[in-house]
Design a protein around this ligand. Sequence first.
Ligand SMILES: [Zn+2]
Length: 535
Amino acid sequence: MAKTGRGNEKNMSGVSRREMLKIMGAGAIGTLFPGAGHGQSSGSFSTSGGDGLIFLVGDGMPLGVIKGMHQVRTRVYGEKGTNFYSKMKAPYSMVGYMSTESLSSIVTDSAPASVTWSTGVKTLNRVMASLPDGRPLKTIMELVKEQGYACGLVTTTRVTHATPAAWITHQLNRDNEDAIALDYLKFKPEVLMGGGSRFFDPLRRKDGKDLFKGFSNEGYDVVRERADLLNPEIGSSKKSLLGIFTSSHISYYLDRLNQAELGKKQPTLPEMTRVALQKLSKNPKGFILQVEAGRIDHANHSNDAWAAILDTCELDLTLAVIDEYLKANPKTIVIVTSDHGTSGWGINGTGPEYNDSIEALKKYQPIKASFEVIKTRLKKEMALAEIKDVFEYFTTFRITDEEASMIQAAMQPDYRPFHGDYVFQPDAVMGKILAHSLYDKRKGMMEGPALIRRGNVGFTSTNHTGEDQILLSYGYKANQLGLNRHVDNTYLFTAMCKFFGIQHQNPTMTEEEAKPFIKTASLEEWRRHMELHIA
Ligand SMILES: [Zn+2]
């Protein structure tokens, strides 16, 4: 992450190149990636005796967004490389692919996807560590806890969200987050960190229970602010840790970087991971830790390319913290993967012969806020001129009246561009507008320069997608687990059991046996689920 150095060369007028670029409105080229120092500040790692398994998930992180992140870090911010790519290229790494189907669908939801990892069994969409008929499935965390290992879950979503929760809870509906928080209190993971205070707070829970007090009574350190988490006493304390930093999900990394008050209150994923590893490694036997960059998925559901890229950058920075841990603790394996694709992420070729593609990707860089934040400023009653001003303020792009009217229409509650299909709006329209470039088309050929040039990330929908996902592993015993090939998602449970020397077989059901248990949501229920899921 070194500076390119070129930025400080003085030209003949005595103005540095960087100052020149700033004047020209291209100030970020050659500057350091804004979050490069995150996670490096709160203490180093000592060597522990136990075996560790770190399972790093980018939720809804298809290869497209990983590559987009790599292009942005190297070509927009001028860095030498990314942690993700250097790990994928390392001779000691195992690289494979994983299929992601659930028992009810070739396109999985996060709940059964995480259940395949935690139990080795496929179940229905929305169901947590249980078979469709309600029989509970034993999870990897339950199995290793019995053997004396420590357990940790760290996420940028609500901690009660599907990916972390499916390693603990047997609830039949992932949206039952009040009950999931209680299941955590029963299970007592040594580390639990992320967002979602609304499911712990007596004023917000339906049963009025105070789970912060509940955890504290069980001997936990409870932290609610970044500064308290970074207090060295928390990392060195022998107590278990509950860290809940926001009411719902932790803000997008893009928004934490741009709004000082968010960045001050909410820790980064690398920071949470560092403290989690400091604490879990105190267990002499070892530990299992799931770390989730959980909102890449949300940004992709929103067709918000820049928020997705920056949350993937945060995962990349987390890999650096994990690497530092591995240097002091070589008896640790790291598995990095994603549970499913989201919205068919792709960098579209742009301009004549596609030669403007990197220029178009660079156009996302000045964007100052996620769609989540932009939407708090857009109102469905707004005039076109106001919509144009808000959009320009956050994205720098001056859109046309026609484009502003598309956003205005997409904000109306009865908006139905495609009959019967649910598309998350106005997000999808904004994503499309930001991915728009226009070229002169003479003689049927595209000619540059661009008349309008914005970004170029295209999305197929606002839904999950069914493509295979990357599977990267390295570290202790990594070459003994059979992860260097194409595997089914259920195989990861087998691999983790193998790592810990555990033998366990959960019961299974066939697709045919599961059919009577499949529930179909109405369009309205689906809309409510999506809003609860993302916001
Ligand atoms: Zn997911």
